[in-house]
Design a protein around this ligand. Structure first.
Ligand SMILES: [Zn+2]
Length: 411
C-alpha cells in the first residue's frame, strides 16, 4: 500500500505501509444521537477501517471525521453521570495530590475536562485547576460549578499561549482523549510545552491488547482514531522529548492503561515489563491483529443467533445504555426495532433521542419497570456490574441480562 499520493500516513510516525486488518463498514457517528426531527433524513456514514503501522506499531483508523462534526453543540456525554467514573476519578486525584505534593501554589490542568467531573476533587482540596474542552455544553456545566475552563481544542498553539502566560502544569490529566485527537503529535508536543519541569502527565487510554484479546470491536468508532500499545506510546512520547516513566493497568472502560509521562527519563520497571510482554505477545507485529476480524464476525453471528432464538420464543428485549459502543454494536450487527423495543439510559440529555443508524428510541430507565421486558441487552458492558445493581428490581421481577462482549451471554 505504498507509493500513491493517496497513501494514508501513520498518525504517529508518518509511515506509509499501513495494513488494514478490520473493516466494520460504513457506520454512523457513534455519539450523534438523533432528535425526532432528524429522522426524516439520512445521517452521514463514514468507513471504519482499522490499520496497523509496521514502522511504529500503532493501530489506527484511516478516516478522520472533522472534529466539528464529532463534537458539536449536541455532544451528549456528561461524565458526571456514571458513578464508577466518579469513584475512579476521586481515587486518581487523591493519589496525585499525595505523590506530587500538590498545594495551593500548584496547577492541575485537565485536557478534555468535560463538566469538571475530575477537577472538582482537586478544587475541594484547594488546588488550582484549569479545564480545557472543546464541547460547549460540558464547558458551561463545568463553569457553573466554578471550575475555570477554556473552550478550545488542545494542541501546540494553546500550550504555547498558556506557557507564555507563565502557566505550567504540575499535573496534566488526559483521560480518554489522546486516542481521539486528529493531530496526535501536536497534542503530545503541547503536553511537553505545558508540563512543568518536574510535572507529570497522567494519561489514560484504552489498551489495544484488551480490544484485540477480548473482542471489544465496539470500542472502535470514528472519535477513537488510535488504539495504543505501550510500544507505540513510548515511541510517540519519545519523539517529543518526553519519557514514559510508569504504566498501570486500569479496569475502567473495559481495560485501559494509565501512563505517567515526564520530561525526565525515570522509567520504573513497569515500562520495561510492558514492552517485553508486548514483544512476547506479538503486539509489535501485524500477525497479532489479523485474526481479529474473524473473531469479530463470530461475536456478531453469536449475538444474532441468541437474540433470534429469544425472539422466536416470544421474549421481549430492550437495550440498556445509549453509549457510543452501543451504536457500533447495534449498527454492525443490524439490530433495530424488530429486536429491541427501546434503549433505556439514565442520562436525561439522551432521553427522547434516537440511536444513530438503527434509530432505536432512547427512554428513561423507568420504562424498564413499567414495561418489564424479559431481557435487557447491556450495551456499555464495561459498566455491567453497576447497571445490574441499578436494575436489581428488574431482575427481582424475573428480568434477565444479556452482554454481547467478549462473547454473547445471558447473565
Ligand atoms: Zn507509525
Amino acid at each position: 500500500m505504498s507509493g500513491s499520493a493517496d497513501t494514508p500516513r501513520c498518525r504517529s510516525c508518518g509511515g506509509q505501509d499501513l495494513s488494514v486488518f478490520l473493516s466494520l463498514g460504513d457506520m454512523p457517528l457513534s455519539d450523534g444521537l438523533l432528535a425526532a426531527e432528524d429522522l426524516v433524513r439520512e445521517e452521514p456514514r463514514y468507513p471504519l477501517d482499522v490499520a496497523f503501522c509496521p514502522d511504529c506499531t500503532l493501530a489506527q483508523i484511516l478516516k478522520t471525521v472533522p472534529p466539528e462534526e464529532l463534537f458539536g453543540a449536541d455532544y451528549p456525554y456528561f461524565s458526571s453521570f456514571t458513578d464508577a467514573l466518579l469513584r475512579h476519578s476521586a481515587a486518581n486525584v487523591a493519589a496525585r495530590i499525595e505523590e506530587q505534593r500538590l498545594d495551593g501554589r500548584s496547577l492541575v490542568v485537565e485536557l478534555a475536562s468535560n463538566d469538571g467531573y475530575l477537577l472538582q476533587y482537586y478544587r475541594e482540596r484547594g488546588i488550582p485547576v484549569l479545564g480545557i474542552d472543546p464541547a460547549p455544553g460540558p464547558v458551561a456545566a463545568a463553569r457553573a460549578r466554578g471550575i475555570e475552563t477554556l473552550q478550545a481544542f488542545f494542541g501546540r498553539d494553546l500550550a504555547a499561549q498558556l506557557a507564555a502566560q507563565g502557566r505550567r502544569a504540575d499535573v496534566i490529566h488526559a483521560n480518554n482523549v489522546l486516542a481521539h485527537v486528529a493531530d496526535t503529535n501536536g497534542f503530545v508536543a503541547g503536553i511537553g510545552t505545558l508540563l512543568a519541569q518536574n510535572g507529570v502527565a497522567v494519561i489514560e487510554a484504552p489498551y489495544v491488547k484488551e480490544l484485540i484479546d477480548h473482542g471489544q470491536f465496539d470500542t472502535i468508532y470514528h472519535e477513537h482514531l488510535c488504539y495504543f500499545s505501550v510500544t507505540a506510546l513510548a515511541r510517540l512520547f519519545q519523539r517529543h522529548g518526553l519519557s514514559l516513566n510508569r504504566v498501570e493497568p486500569l479496569e475502567i472502560h473495559g481495560g485501559s492503561l494509565r501512563l505517567f509521562v515526564g520530561r525526565q527519563p525515570q522509567a520504573d520497571r513497569s515500562v520495561a515489563e510492558y514492552l517485553q510482554a508486548e514483544r512476547q505477545a506479538g503486539l509489535d507485529r501485524l500477525e497479532y491483529y489479523v485474526g481479529f476480524s474473524e473473531r469479530v464476525g463470530r461475536i456478531r453471528s453469536g449475538l444474532l443467533a441468541l437474540l433470534g432464538r429469544l425472539k422466536r420464543e416470544g421474549a421481549r428485549i430492550a437495550g440498556y445504555g445509549a453509549a457510543a459502543k452501543g451504536t457500533i454494536l447495534l449498527n454492525f450487527a443490524g439490530i433495530g426495532r424488530e429486536v429491541l423495543e427501546f434503549v433505556a439510559d439514565r442520562n436525561v440529555h439522551k432521553q427522547g433521542r434516537y440511536v444513530p443508524g438503527v434509530r432505536l428510541p432512547i427512554v428513561s430507565p423507568q420504562r424498564i419497570l413499567e414495561e418489564q421486558p424479559d431481557y435487557l441487552l447491556i450495551l456499555p458492558w464495561n459498566f455491567k456490574e453497576e447497571i445490574m445493581e441499578q436494575q436489581a428490581e428488574f431482575r427481582r421481577r424475573g428480568g434477565r441480562f444479556i452482554v454481547p462482549v467478549p462473547a454473547p451471554a445471558i447473565l
